[in-house]
Write a protein that binds this ligand. Structure first.
Ligand code: GNR
Ligand code: NI
Length: 173
């Protein structure tokens, strides 16, 4: 297993449209294992392959308290979106240090392949519904910051640009 580097906003690679996985083979299983290790270490409740510069439609999620419910969504399709809009403060490993209000549909149903390549469908509510929509956004090149005002987005960009410059000077990135 390996811990992968997480791309940070405003890295343009985060805007890449991820391509469908053709076959859930050993290569894809290795990506899934590395994504879990990276996600748990971060720590985060979800990770999209786009965030680790792999532009394929692969998501790992674990919203459980004790980190015991590892979920894999390969080629996810959100099939039903209904219910009320709900606003939650979201964080993102690709936008470190910022927590912003995002409104999303409170209930959805997701069709995907699991880590063995078997199709399944899952009803999602609460934090899981928020997280899956956040991760599918990543696969489509969309970020949490796209839901905030242009002024706020600019402030976030400037602060992260500064952080990345400091890190470059210290040889971290
Ligand atoms: O760790 C994460 N927490 C989180 C909190 C509220 C809404 C969404 C998330 S996802 C985020 C990890 C991440 O960046 N996934 O893409
Ligand atoms: Ni994110």
């Amino acid at each position: 297993m390996a811990i992968l580097d997480i791309l940070e906003f405003p890295d343009p690679r985060l805007r890449t449209l991820a391509q469908p996985v053709k076959e859930v083979d050993a290569r894809v299983k290795k990506i899934v294992e590395d994504m879990f290790e990276t996600m748990y270490e971060a720590p985060g409740i979800g990770l999209a392959a786009s965030q680790v510069n792999i532009h394929e439609r692969i998501i790992t999620i674990d919203v459980s308290e004790d980190k015991s419910e590892a979920l894999v969504f390969i080629n996810p399709e959100i099939t039903v979106l209904d219910g009320e809009m709900e606003t939650m403060q979201e964080g993102c490993l690709s936008v470190p240090g910022f927590y912003e209000d995002v409104s999303r549909i409170e209930h959805c149903s997701v069709k995907a392949l699991d880590r063995n390549g078997d199709a399944f469908e899952m009803e999602c509510t609460g934090l899981l519904a928020v997280c899956i929509q956040h991760e599918v956004d990543h696969l489509d090149g969309k970020l949490m910051v796209d839901y905030v005002s242009p002024l706020k987005r600019k402030r976030i960009k400037d602060k992260l640009d500064k952080k990345h410059k400091l890190e470059a000077r210290e040889g971290k990135r």
